[in-house]
Write a protein that binds this ligand. Structure first.
Ligand SMILES: O=C(O)C1=C[C@@H](OP(=O)(O)O)[C@@H](O)[C@H](O)C1
Ligand SMILES: C=C(OP(=O)(O)O)C(=O)O
Length: 433
């Protein structure tokens, strides 16, 4: 945990006036945890520069260590840098997934390659997050698993050092991570893996594109030409030397601040090309009235305090929902956010949580089958509960810029992906504390 992160309740600061700030956003969670997994499966040591250091990524490297991987955490030029040395994967091991979807979904197929028993558990709410498609697929591939009844955490992978591989049919409409998980480890299965999705449309497709991209960067052959089918050929996984892009979803609350407070916020290092789903924040903020410009120096968002309502399908970018919902609550007319039923299985039921907390501040939010309808209403002070969800903290901070007296309960929960959030937020607002 960042030594500057407050614990307990945090009074969200109001904006002092128009902003003129530059925010250095730490590395992407999704990229960091994919690189870490592939580094553990590779033939030699990998170097990951500017990884995200947060609860989710620490849980990931701790889990890989418990499976036998060596991870050396260093600082190079004041930036974090990891040297990951793959060693034989072995049990017995106990893996704490916390509330991290990437740990609970990506690691069971990796554990299946270990020799010995590997047990998985996490935070109390993690037991409610969907897991069945990954566990069912592993069973179909001949992996022995022990559950406590439900196809969910806690469970144990009884691994014997190899996985046959082959074709699996899954319903991944609940989370793209089910597909990513099987693809990430698939090259190390004897027959590789073919994953076929059958069900309602898959959410978060950019995250699967990211998985395919990092696999190809590691020399793995992936065929993704047919919709809903992915083929990973069996092969070695090559080590990589990579620098992690800033986390574009974590950049969203800072960029949104320019729209709420007026003025400009810049995020240096914004990639020109990326598979990060959070890149969609550029178009979203543009649609909400911001001026958005991307150049070699990074992304700049400028606003004048006016926020336009939107009707958006966020199926691909569910991660952005809490912050976009906060903006919509401050907009000039009703907004509709669609395509995000799967957010009910995220860190918390995000549709219920956003409805309850925005309405608790006087908002007029209605939960729909697949999203939220947000009518503007005058907001007032109050406690914003966060349900262990980092993005609820970020949403509350955005509201607090305009609404005096928003108190964010359990602010440290933001450490899931951004332990430095309150410090960066204060710096953005020109505060010295
Ligand atoms: O693979 C990943 O890194 C992620 C995939 C998405 O999950 P879902 O498909 O469950 O929405 C996203 O919301 C999550 O934050 C990270
Ligand atoms: C859904 C998210 O996380 P996870 O990787 O735990 O699914 C998120 O970060 O918004």
């Amino acid at each position: 945990m960042d030594p500057h992160t407050p614990t307990g309740d945090w009074p969200a600061p109001t904006a002092p006036g128009p902003l003129d700030s530059t925010v250095l956003v730490p590395g992407s969670k999704s990229l960091t945890n994919r690189y870490a997994v592939l580094a553990a499966l590779a033939t030699d040591a990998s170097r990951i520069t500017r990884p995200l250091v947060s609860r989710d990524t620490t849980l990931m490297i701790d889990a890989l260590r418990s499976l036998g991987t060596q991870v050396i955490e260093e600082e190079v030029d004041d930036e974090p840098s990891w040297l990951i040395e793959p060693l034989a994967l072995r049990g017995p091991a106990r893996i704490d997934c916390g509330l991290a979807g990437t740990v609970m979904r990506f690691l069971p197929p990796v554990a299946a390659l270990a020799d010995g028993e590997v047990s998985f558990d996490g935070d109390p709410h993690a037991r409610n997050r969907p897991m069945a498609p990954v566990l069912g697929a592993l069973r179909d591939l001949g992996v022995e698993l022990r559950t406590e009844g439900a196809e969910a955490l806690p469970f144990t992978v009884v691994a014997n050092g190899s996985v046959r591989g082959g074709t699996v049919l899954i319903d991944a409409s609940g989370s793209s991570q089910f597909v990513s998980a099987l693809l990430l480890a698939g090259a190390r299965f004897e027959q590789g893996i073919t994953v076929v999705h059958d069900g309602k449309p898959l959410p978060s497709l950019p995250h699967i594109a990211m998985t395919v991209e990092v696999l190809r960067d590691s020399g793995v052959v992936v065929d993704d030409l047919d919709a809903n089918t992915w083929r990973v050929e069996p092969s070695e996984v090559c080590p990589v030397e990579v620098e992690v892009e800033p986390d574009l979803s974590n950049a969203a609350p800072f960029l949104s601040a320019a729209l709420v407070a007026g003025g400009s916020v810049r995020v240096p290092g914004w990639p020109q090309f990326t598979t990060q789903a959070g890149d969609a924040i550029r178009d979203i903020l543009d649609a909400m009235g911001a001026d958005v410009s991307l150049d070699r120096d990074g992304l700049t968002v400028s606003g004048d305090g006016q926020i336009s309502a939107v009707d958006l399908d966020l199926h691909d970018v569910g991660e952005l929902t809490p912050v976009v919902a906060a903006l919509a609550a401050l907009a000039d007319s009703p907004s509709q956010l669609r395509g995000i039923a799967h957010l009910r299985g995220h860190e918390t039921d995000r549709l219920a949580a956003l409805t309850a907390e925005l309405n608790g501040l006087g908002g007029k939010v209605t939960e729909t089958d697949d999203g939220l309808r947000i009518d503007p209403a005058p907001l007032h002070e109050g406690v914003f509960h966060t349900y262990g969800d980092h993005r609820m903290v970020m949403a509350a901070a955005v509201l607090g810029l305009r609404v005096p007296g928003v108190v964010v309960e359990d602010v440290a929960t933001v450490g899931k992906t951004l332990p430095t959030f309150t410090r960066l937020w204060g710096q953005m607002l020109g505060r010295r504390d």
